[in-house]
Design a protein around this ligand. Structure first.
Ligand SMILES: [Zn+2]
Length: 256
């Protein structure tokens, strides 16, 4: 058999960590191979130096673990009892040097793949966040624009009934629509949604449906088309999902 596959086994053999078929094949190969004999001698020298050295060399963890397991097995069999666990570990450092190139490639390939996936996930998350932020900026810009108009009113809404602790603030312009900001409203039960009504002359007009986030907050835009005529009262009711032409559910928020 050619020398090639035994090259990296010499140091493992010197450490007494070789076993099974590897050991049998290496021992069959060794007497006829000067290179392997030299490699074993060199590894034994390394072992001797390592035992004298105060600073243990540390191989790659995965290589160390795999080889230490082998050392433990051979120790269990009583073979080469002179070899201490620490000394074997030190020699394995020399072995690891031979494995390094391969191990580094394998480990880093996996790691780079992982990093690429993580980067893609981060990019996707950032894109989503950016879209959400742009939406939010557009919303607040719209509210600020509305506030520039002297005809714009700011109307407070108070929580009613089971939503007594809720509050709302409407930025309203009879010509330009409005923005409703809500806080402290419990999430609507399944199959239900919140509906905003603009009431003028006792007649409620639907001004859109909205939900609240986990913290009970919402920002709801009311389009200019909805604002027709002077609005006297704003009210929010709990309605079936999909909405109704007129309010049917309990009032949760209302202006005075
Ligand atoms: Zn050889």
């Amino acid at each position: 058999m050619s020398h090639e596959p035994f090259e990296t086994l010499a140091a493992v053999y010197a450490a007494g960590a070789l076993d099974g078929d590897d050991l049998a094949q290496f021992e069959a190969h060794l007497p006829g191979c000067a290179e392997c004999q030299a490699a074993v001698r060199e590894a034994q020298d390394t072992l001797a130096r390592a035992m004298l050295s105060a600073r243990p060399q540390t191989p790659l963890p995965a290589v160390r673990e795999a080889l230490v397991r082998r050392v433990e097995r051979t120790r269990g069999a009583g073979r080469r009892a002179w070899l201490t666990w620490a000394a074997a570990t030190a020699v394995v450092a020399a072995v690891a040097a031979g494995f390094t190139a391969t191990w580094v490639a394998v480990r880093y390939e996996a790691r780079l793949g992982q990093m690429a996936r993580e980067t893609a996930a981060v990019k996707e998350r950032l894109a989503r966040n950016e879209a959400a932020l742009q939406e939010q900026v557009a919303l607040y810009r719209g509210a600020v624009e509305l506030l520039r108009d002297p005809a714009t009113r700011v109307v407070d809404l108070r929580g009613q009934g089971t939503a007594a602790s809720a509050s709302g603030r409407m930025i309203w312009n009879d010509a330009g629509g409005g923005h409703l900001f809500v806080a402290g409203l419990p999430p609507a039960p399944a199959g239900k949604t919140y509906a905003l009504w603009t009431i003028s002359g006792g007649t409620p007009r639907a001004a859109g449906l909205f939900g609240v986030d986990a913290s009970g907050r919402s920002a709801h835009r009311i389009a200019p088309e909805v604002a027709r005529g002077a609005v006297g009262v704003f009210a929010v009711t709990l309605e079936p999902e999909g909405g109704t032409p007129a309010p049917t559910g309990p009032i949760v928020l209302a202006s005075k």
